[in-house]
Design a binder for this molecule. Structure first.
Ligand SMILES: Cc1cc2nc3c(=O)[nH]c(=O)nc-3n(C[C@H](O)[C@H](O)[C@H](O)COP(=O)(O)OP(=O)(O)OC[C@H]3O[C@@H](n4cnc5c(N)ncnc54)[C@H](O)[C@@H]3O)c2cc1C
Length: 508
């Protein structure tokens, strides 16, 4: 029996498979396509995604393959993200196909098995596992696994087979995408605000494939069936209707459609079946969030599912995945709804864009929207005690007995870290029952304050418990007495955080 079957070798499925394998789980990725098709919907990664790669020591691969740019926006109203407190204060332009290639390389390095031409077509679960029916070039067969995660995209089968509904707001527009040859292309790229037309917008820019242009049309008020076929003629008519020219388009290499329906799965888990990425949520690609959301889902779920699959943590730990990710995703769905509203072709909306654009000029608004757009401001509901609780741990420069390092380097193995910056002997004792699962890092840090996007500087803590996804699960009490962590109350609060997230102490 396989530990975990992941359906779908998109960015979410591959990242999840890497996380599971890093934690020692036997994982099989099944992918419907015979080989990567090289088609990129997404064109970029935001700062938090690059940080996630940095937490695993692979950020350089993506940065080297991409192009950093000051390109972040809210409904194409520019956001200045250069001052955000991260080592990656930019948007990284990198085609989705490259992201998938680099993730698949990493997955194979880690020992993930990837099986292509294998489509999930049915499933049955019981108390001890899931039977997954796979159809492909080997015919039809049933494979058994401890868990199945549907990372099979917005049109995937797993959510429906698991009986999980999708709720949210319906489509109000139709968007078409075509990678086509243009005989008569515009002299310059047509993107962002320049693309706005009376009834929608037409964007045109060079596609990843030399010789092709990507044409994206948006027709407001026109709603088509989700799976209605897109032809060259549909795209041509949309262009003609919106802008009066079809730029002499011909030879389509890829045609697709999408909409502003913003919905998410009613729950991210049904027993032993879980959902992540577009399989769990769909929305308009305003400010390029979907792939980034999927990567964050994968990193939130990976260590939890690994601990449960290995029998080190109780099954309920898996419920925290949906409890944390659903509200974070809902915020992003609202952001895309707001951005679509601001894009609507209408004189009053045009006025609103002007007002909104002026507001974005204020530092506070710019920082708030920048924090959301880069997904650096995500805070999971882990308690209110300290502003650090539930937020991502900043990547501080620290000095450990072995020399200079960074917090993110201590997370490369994908294990939780108890970071002691105060030289407290009591911490080591409090961690005693968890040393097989949690690393203790004793270090010094020069910073008196930690900088966060949006909330700004907060006083540095003397010790924190960092989950493998980089989020802080426990903070030592502020301004402690010399022996505070050794005190019963602090040791108890650390002990309950360790138990909650990483299972009971050894021997209990
Ligand atoms: C025009 C456009 C621009 C975008 N730009 C951005 C951007 O700049 N940044 C960003 O973050 N996001 C962007 N997105 C969104 C992004 O492309 C998606 O959110 C992302 O692809 C989701 O990744 P995923 O792995 O969850 O799903 P997918 O990429 O859809 O991967 C799912 C995989 O599962 C496979 N599969 C499907 N069904 C089965 C089955 N039954 N069995 C086995 N395998 C199956 C599929 O073949 C596929 O390989 C954009 C989207 C669009 C439409």
């Amino acid at each position: 029996m396989t530990g975990v079957i992941v359906a779908g070798a998109g960015p979410t499925g591959l990242m999840l498979a890497c996380e599971l394998r890093l934690a020692g789980v036997d994982v099989l990725v099944v992918e419907r396509l015979a080989e990567p098709n090289g088609r990129s919907r997404a064109g970029g990664l935001h700062a938090r995604s690059v940080e996630l790669f940095d937490q695993r020591g692979i950020a350089e691969r993506f940065v080297a393959a991409g192009r950093p740019g000051p390109f972040a926006h809210f409904s194409f109203i520019p956001l200045d993200i250069r001052d955000l407190p991260t080592r990656f204060p930019y948007a990284l332009a990198i085609p989705q196909a490259q992201v998938e290639r680099l993730l698949e390389e990493r997955a194979v390095e880690l020992g993930v098995r990837v099986r292509r031409s294998a489509e999930v077509v049915d499933l049955r679960q019981d108390a001890t596992g899931v039977d997954v029916r796979i159809a492909g070039e080997r015919g039809v067969e049933w494979l058994r696994a401890g868990y199945l995660v549907g990372c099979d995209g917005g049109r995937g089968a797993v959510r429906k087979l698991a009986g999980i509904g999708l709720s949210g707001t319906p489509a109000t527009l139709t968007a078409l995408l075509g990678d086509v040859v243009l005989t008569d292309p515009p002299a310059d790229v047509v993107f962002g605000a320049d693309s706005r037309r009376e009834h929608g917008s037409v964007m045109i820019f060079p596609a990843d494939v030399p010789g092709l242009h990507r044409v994206i049309t948006m027709e407001f008020g026109k709603v088509t069936e989700r799976d209605s076929p897109v032809t060259l003629d549909t795209l041509r008519q949309a262009c003609l209707g919106l802008g009066g020219t079809d730029f002499g388009m011909h030879d389509p290499h890829w045609l697709s459609s999408f909409s502003d329906a913003a919905r998410q799965a009613d729950r991210y888990r049904e027993g032993r079946v879980l959902l992540a990425g577009d399989a769990a949520h769909v929305h308009f690609p305003s400010s390029g969030q979907g792939m980034n959301l999927g990567l964050q889902d994968a990193v939130n779920l990976g260590w939890k599912l690994a601990a449960v699959a290995r029998g080190q943590a109780p099954d309920e730990l898996l419920d925290s995945y949906g409890a944390e990710r659903r509200p974070a995703v809902e915020r992003m769905l609202d952001s895309t709804r707001a951005q679509t509203a601001l894009w609507r072709p209408d004189a009053q909306i045009e006025a609103l864009r002007g007002v909104f654009g002026a507001l974005v000029g204020s530092e506070e608004v710019n920082r708030a929207l920048g924090g959301t757009c880069t997904q650096l401001d995500v805070r999971y509901p882990l308690g209110d005690g300290s502003p650090a609780l539930g937020r991502r741990m900043p990547d501080l420069d620290i000095t450990s007995p072995s020399g200079h390092t960074r917090v993110f380097e201590s997370l490369h193995a994908g294990r939780p870290v108890l970071l002691d910056l105060g030289g407290r002997p009591g911490l080591r004792a409090a961690l005693e029952g968890w040393t097989d699962r949690v690393d203790l890092v004793e270090a010094r840090c020069e910073d008196d304050f930690w900088s966060y996007p949006v909330i700004g500087d907060v006083p540095a803590a003397t010790a924190v418990l960092i989950r493998p996804d980089g989020h802080v699960a426990w903070v030592a009490p502020a301004a402690p007495a010399a022996d505070a962590v050794a005190s019963d109350a602090s040791a108890a609060s650390l002990g309950s955080a360790l138990t909650r997230w990483f299972g009971p102490a050894r021997g209990h």
